[in-house]
Design a protein around this ligand. Structure first.
Ligand code: NAG
Ligand code: NAG
Ligand code: NAG
Length: 322
């Protein structure tokens, strides 16, 4: 009798925790110069073979490729140098959070994202030391101004998504296994063209939001002019309840994928590469209507990269209350 009472009590506690993981408090409010204390600059070789040279923090600041004021953080590529075809790629920036995250909500209030032929910007999360077995979550990604935004998971074998899910976006491949179709991942295209590239920018950007729990990974997007954006997101309030936000743009449940097993503690990465395995891939480049070849274009047209920048109003990380 005593045993079964305890058991009943334990499962009630579990149930309560499970249902309450929709309420969160603001843990990190990263605005303006805070980006310098929350991120590391990674002067690494681009793993996706882009025509870029990732520079370290002093170089990025010296060349004004990263810039911060009290309310703005800018991250961009060089837009002044004609490149020697035999020399290194265009200077750019890749930053990664110092902290790691499991269950959390991440809000990116973005005013402008990199646009232009050859650009391949991304806001994503992974375990860099343990890829792909620690999983990868892509929140913002696209190439060559071709919207809308896509949200994608990449895992090792054994994680798939149901075809029919409560989300407004359109599912692509359902298998998250990186070995299927050259690491396409399980992907969802957002419905709104305002979620990416020139259309995103002409609307003064918007909010990308990701919630990660053990039960699901959800992503939302609201354009700047969308009156349905929850006030707690718009104002960066100290408390959130994700259950009140309505249908996500992309929803990845744990029904055919043990999220706890396939996703470890992640760092958030913001990177801006040019060309490389996706943006510069021959068919993708041709379909984008961009001139010449991607690498030639990047080498010879510095001023075409004047709009190849992120402008962040904030990154906010929320942790579960329970
Ligand atoms: C940039 O981000 C994407 C994730 O969207 C990742 O697949 C790619 O490896 C990253 N590229 C670089 C150069 O870091
Ligand atoms: C650096 O970039 C910022 C943002 O674009 C700009 O306001 C500032 O004038 C630039 N500084 C220099 C020295 O060019
Ligand atoms: C979004 O863009 C795509 C590709 O350019 C286009 O086919 C589609 O009609 C657009 N959707 C809306 C709602 O404008």
């Amino acid at each position: 009798m005593k045993f079964s009472t305890t058991f009943f009590g334990a499962s009630l506690v579990h149930l309560a925790v499970g249902t309450l993981t929709s309420t969160y408090y603001l843990k990190e409010n990263v605005v303006g110069r805070d980006f310098y204390s929350h991120f590391d600059w990674q002067a690494i070789k681009d793993p996706t073979h882009g025509r870029v040279t990732y520079v370290d923090e002093p170089t990025a600041r010296g060349l004004n490729l990263t810039y911060a004021s009290h309310d703005t953080f800018i991250l961009r590529t060089d837009a002044t140098t004609v490149l020697d075809p035999a020399g290194p790629g265009r200077n750019s920036v890749r930053i990664t959070t110092k902290n790691t995250y499991t269950t959390h909500v991440a809000i990116f209030d973005v005013r402008h994202m990199p646009q232009g032929c050859g650009t391949w910007p991304a806001i994503w999360a992974t375990t860099e030391t343990d890829w792909p077995s620690g999983g990868e979550i892509d929140i913002v990604e696209g190439v060559n101004d071709m919207g809308p935004n896509a949200g994608t998971l990449h895992t090792v074998e054994g994680c798939t998504m149901p075809a029919s899910r409560p989300q407004s976006g359109i599912s692509g491949q359902l298998d998250c296994n990186w070995l299927v179709n050259y690491n396409t991942g399980c992907t969802v295209k957002f419905k709104s063209n305002k979620s990416y590239g020139p259309e995103f920018n002409s609307n003064r950007g918007g909010w990308f939001v990701m919630e990660r729990t053990e039960q699901h990974i959800s992503m939302w997007f609201w354009a700047r002019d969308d009156h349905r954006v929850p006030l707690e997101i718009k104002l960066g309030l100290p408390l959130l309840n994700t259950k009140t936000w309505g249908l996500p743009a992309a929803y990845f449940p744990n029904t055919e994928c043990d999220l706890e097993k396939f996703f470890k503690a992640h760092k958030i990465i913001i990177n801006l590469t040019l060309c490389g395995d996706w943006a510069g891939e021959t068919n993708t480049w041709a379909a984008s209507g961009c001139p010449s070849t991607c690498v030639d274009y990047v080498n010879n047209n510095p001023t075409a990269f004047a709009d190849a920048y992120f402008d962040f109003a904030a990154m906010r990380i929320y942790q579960p209350i329970f």
